[in-house]
Structure formats: C-alpha cells, structure tokens
Design a protein around this ligand. Sequence first.
Ligand SMILES: [Zn+2]
Length: 318
Amino acid sequence: MTSKHLRAIAIASAICASPAAFSADTGNAALASHRWIHGAEDCSADQDPAIETYRFDADTYVLRQNKCVNYEAPFVFVLFGADTVLVLDTGATRKAERFPLYATVQGLVEERRSGQATSPTQVLVLHTHSHGDHKAADAQFRGKPDVTLIKPNASGLKRFLSSLNASGGLLDLGGRQLQILRTPGHQAESIVLYDSRTKWLLTGDTIYPGIISVLDWDDYQSSVEALVEFASTHEVSAVIGSHIEMSDTPGVPYERGTTYQPREASLVLPAEVLKQVSAGLAETHGKRREVVTDAVVIRSIPLPARMLIRFLKAVGAG
Ligand SMILES: [Zn+2]
C-alpha cells in the first residue's frame, strides 16, 4: 500500500458514514451484519448448498452463489412485484446440477403462490452487465414458460431500455418500480437499478466491496458522479453490489480467486460510499489509475488487457 493510498483512505474515511448509518433501518442492518456462507478451506469437503437464499422481506430475496462452486460467488437479486418477479443476474455457473438457480427461483415463486391469493405470473431476467459471472445460468431460464430473458449484450439492453420509454423509463413489476441508470466504466453495458421499495441502489460490479476493475476510467468517473447526483435527490437506504472481496480489515481485499473468506466485509455499503469513491477518483486527477478506500479498491484494467477485451468484443467473442 503506498502513501497515496493511505491519503485516499484518510479522505474517504472522513466522508464515509459509520456502520451506524443503518441503525434506523433494521432490515438493512440485519442484511449488513449477515454472515454469508463464505466458501471453505477444503472445497472438496464442502457441504454447504450451492445457493444461499436470504429473505430480506416477503418480496425481496438476496441469493449468493457458494464460493466452492465458483470463486466469484456473485449475488443474485429476486424482487417480487404484483405482476412480475425480477431476477437480476444469473450467477457464474451454467449447469443446473451444480447451480440450480432456476429451480431456486421457481421454489420462491411456488412458496409465494401457496401463501397468497395473487402472485406474479411473469419472470423477467435482467443483468447488471454482461460479464460471464453474471449471466452463466441464463440457459436455465431460456425457453421456460412465462420467462422473458433480456439478452446480456449492448443491443439487448438498448431494446429493453427503449421498451421502457412508454412507462417513463421505469421498470414496473406491479406496484414496485425500478429506475435503471446506465453506468458504463466497469463495462459498457453496466447498469445500476434503484428499487423504489427498499430504496436500494443495486450497483452490480460498478460499486461493490471488492476489487473493481475499470475498462474505461473516464466513463467510470462520470458514472460515479452521476450516482452521487442521483443519491442527492433520492433516498438511498443502501448501496448493494454483486460480490464481496474485501476482508473486514478496511482497505484490504482477499486475494483474487480465493474460495475461502472467513472474515469478509459486509455486502451492504452506506450511500456515502458514492461520495467516498467520487472523491478518491477526483484525487487521481485522471493520472493515477487506482483508488483504495476503506470499502472498495478500484483499478484500471492494464492497457494490453483493455485492448484485448475491446478486440474480442469487436469480433463478437467478448
Ligand atoms: Zn463484471
């Protein structure tokens, strides 16, 4: 860690709210302190389920993939409205035998159906962006009845966003609306969702407690500034991303690829993290391509890798 990093942490800490920011909201406080299944020292002996299901409230579930199934251990969000259930991302593993995501979602739908006279009939699958660890189980949903799967690519996202024009750009699940914000930087197709019910900003890989790789630094900085602006005019109860890679020591992530995180940080970040990240990015003056704060580490993807990613995308292989 360099002195520049320490300075960034100091600035960030001054802006960052304490964990007590959640004290007024018991739901977010409980989620923030939840100890997730976090992999195993010996994954060959791991007995934990492939998916952990956390019930936030009767209409809101947070699912996490087991690190022993895939080290990325992404989170998947299942949000119920009166008409539609939204599945945000589909995880890092394709095969249902190893990662039964469709069956898990169906189980939640059936459970709800058995307990309520009305239940949503439609399933909408959307992605925070199109990296492989957020769309791998799409195949489990493809062709299933009452499922609409938004293609995880630029044209699929564009078509989907156009379809929302009639409803003022809002995704309406039936009594539960979500605003979709385009936030390129980590990836061109990155989006952030604002849930009117929980007041969560679901930030995917744009902001999460871990090492955030950035493909386009300028776009990323603009996106974070836009999120700060959004949060200044909307109540944001929590910022919730798609992975945990930080340890519970501020500013210190686990090594990439680890399958065991016994002391991982909270999934839930306070809204103030947006200002913290924005200040850290501004501090770089566009020169240094790394920001380290208590809550997140942001790194530019090295130029050769950026060029390769862009080339693969241009030829349709990325
Ligand atoms: Zn990603």
